[in-house]
Write a protein that binds this ligand. Structure first.
Ligand code: FES
Length: 135
């Protein structure tokens, strides 16, 4: 019979970088009067993610998130904000889930769905920005 090493606690399955972003997320919060907002729910777990963007001359100058998600969702979204800040709208549209996981170095495979939340909410925030801009 195969033996599996069990994690002693839920934190043990995450690397240091993930835990750093989870315990001290620099981009958690709300932007007042954002230029775009996106909100999505995770079908797997039911958690919710909201991303706010502030845009200046087609560049994202500020980005924040709020979530009721787990450790992986918080860490992924914090890293997403780091990646997005300073990007043009077109560059931000190209950000993929794998960019987040690469920057975090790794996520437990069972938690990969959590890292999709931020990217999906960002896409909605970008759509919302473009819709607002055209009015
Ligand atoms: Fe819901 Fe991770 S378990 S976002």
């Amino acid at each position: 019979m195969k033996k599996y090493k069990m994690a002693k606690n839920r934190f043990e399955v995450y690397n240091k970088k993930v835990l750093k972003h989870f315990t001290n997320p620099k981009n958690y919060g709300k932007i007042e009067n954002p230029d775009g907002v996106g909100e999505v729910g995770n079908k797997v777990c039911g958690d919710v993610m909201k991303v706010y963007i502030k845009v200046d001359k087609e560049k994202i100058k500020e980005v924040k998130f709020q979530t009721f998600g787990c450790i992986a969702a918080i860490a992924s979204s914090d890293v997403l904000c780091e990646i997005v800040k300073g990007k043009t709208i077109e560059q931000a549209k190209k950000i993929k889930n794998k960019d987040i996981v690469e920057k975090l170095k790794s996520l437990p495979s069972i938690k990969l769905h959590c890292s999709v939340l931020g990217v999906s909410a960002l896409k909605k925030a970008l759509e919302n920005y473009e819709k607002n801009k055209n009015y």
